[in-house]
Design a protein around this ligand. Structure first.
Ligand code: AQP
Length: 329
């Protein structure tokens, strides 16, 4: 039987956080043997909010090196940069024409980001249709993402179904695949919000590439509460988040962790969480240092990846053009 297809992407809109790692990146390599995987660095998405061009170039190569350091193998998976495969933008345009404006305006991410941005451009509103194009272009069966992307995935499914019923069966309707623990890692400073790489408060996130000392300091400073007991409850969102991080990096259940810290203070708990994070990220940080400076290797990976992705993307796009009534090229 043919392997099922998986697509996922990460924006090079900053340096990747522990949230990106636990919610998405670290699950990517585990799927490579069972699925036909495509992993993209979605630079076209990153420009939906203002980016410094030099920074964007650096971040794009950093994300690529992190993909490789996290164990994504270019012999098994297709790794590529979104802007190198123009079919994404082309399909995105077509899908925009069958997506109701109101549906895009109701997206939580659009509402959140447009509140934080001085000038809201059309690209931010159309982000989800481009994301739908990313996924549908490869007829992906499943999309491994963090829980924050659930609404966008639902919109993708809607768009696929709308296209299929309007023009006949064309797209696979994809399923979301979220991790059991750690699908949403929260900010260390405002645990009611998710940890985000574009946050203006550096203490709110841990970057995969933060130094070990910086990581320890940020966890020490993490907001907790006055209860003073390590509990896994919504009433103690800061502590709950630290337990989630601990649990997702060690495989221990939240209940086990609560038991381990019975009668112990937050200080000891936090310093253990810090060690778990430092240990958990050390292998990927070390590998990243080895890979990031090998420009030739990185170039080979993204060029070959774009070729493979482009071949697959063209197949779907031809079908779409034909069904929508375009004259074949
Ligand atoms: N806090 C999080 N917990 C779990 N998963 C998360 N992801 C992001 N934040 C968390 C998952 O990481 C993948 C890549 O996300 P993205 O960069 O494409 O966009 P995002 O979800 O908007 O991530 P950020 O860090 O919040 O980026 P900015 O600040 O630029 O918007 C996705 O699978 C996402 O679910």
């Amino acid at each position: 039987m043919d392997k099922k297809t998986i697509f996922s992407g990460i924006q090079p809109s900053g340096s990747l956080t522990l949230g990106n790692y636990i919610g998405a990146l670290r699950n990517f390599s585990e799927l490579q043997d069972e699925y036909n995987c495509l992993y993209c660095i979605v630079d076209l998405h990153a420009i939906t909010v203002a980016q410094e061009p030099k920074e964007l170039r650096k971040n794009t190569l950093d994300v690529l090196a992190l993909y490789l350091a996290a164990g994504i193998d270019p012999e098994k998976s297709t790794i590529f940069i979104q802007s190198h495969v123009p079919q994404h933008a082309e399909l995105g345009w077509c899908l925009n024409t069958i997506t109701p404006l109101g549906q895009l305006q109701r997206m939580t991410q659009f509402k959140d980001k447009s509140q934080r941005t001085k000038e809201v451009d059309a690209g931010l509103l159309n982000y989800p249709t481009l994301m739908a194009a990313d996924i549908l272009l490869y007829q992906a069966d499943s999309v491994p993402v963090g829980a924050d992307q659930k609404q966008h995935l639902e919109l993708t499914r809607d768009i696929a179904q709308r296209f299929n019923s309007r023009y006949s069966d064309t797209f696979t309707v994809p399923e979301i695949m979220t991790p059991k623990v750690g699908a949403k890692i929260m900010s260390l400073q405002e645990p009611q919000y998710k940890m985000s790489k574009s946050s203006s408060d550096k203490d709110s996130y841990i970057l995969i590439l933060d130094s070990e000392d910086e990581t320890r300091k940020k966890i020490k400073k993490a907001v907790t509460d006055s209860v003073g007991v390590v509990n896994f409850t919504d009433e103690q969102p800061g502590i709950k988040n630290l337990i989630t991080i601990y649990s997702s990096l060690t495989g221990k259940t939240p209940e086990d962790i609560v038991k381990m810290y019975e009668g112990k203070g937050y200080g000891e708990f936090k310093s253990d969480v810090a060690e778990v994070v430092v240990e958990g990220l050390r292998p990927i940080r070390t590998k990243f240092e080895e890979i990031r400076n090998d420009k030739e290797y990185l170039e080979k990976v993204y060029r070959e990846g774009a070729q493979k992705a482009s071949f697959l993307g063209t197949k779907t796009l031809r079908k779409v053009h034909k069904k929508m009534g375009f004259i074949p090229r």
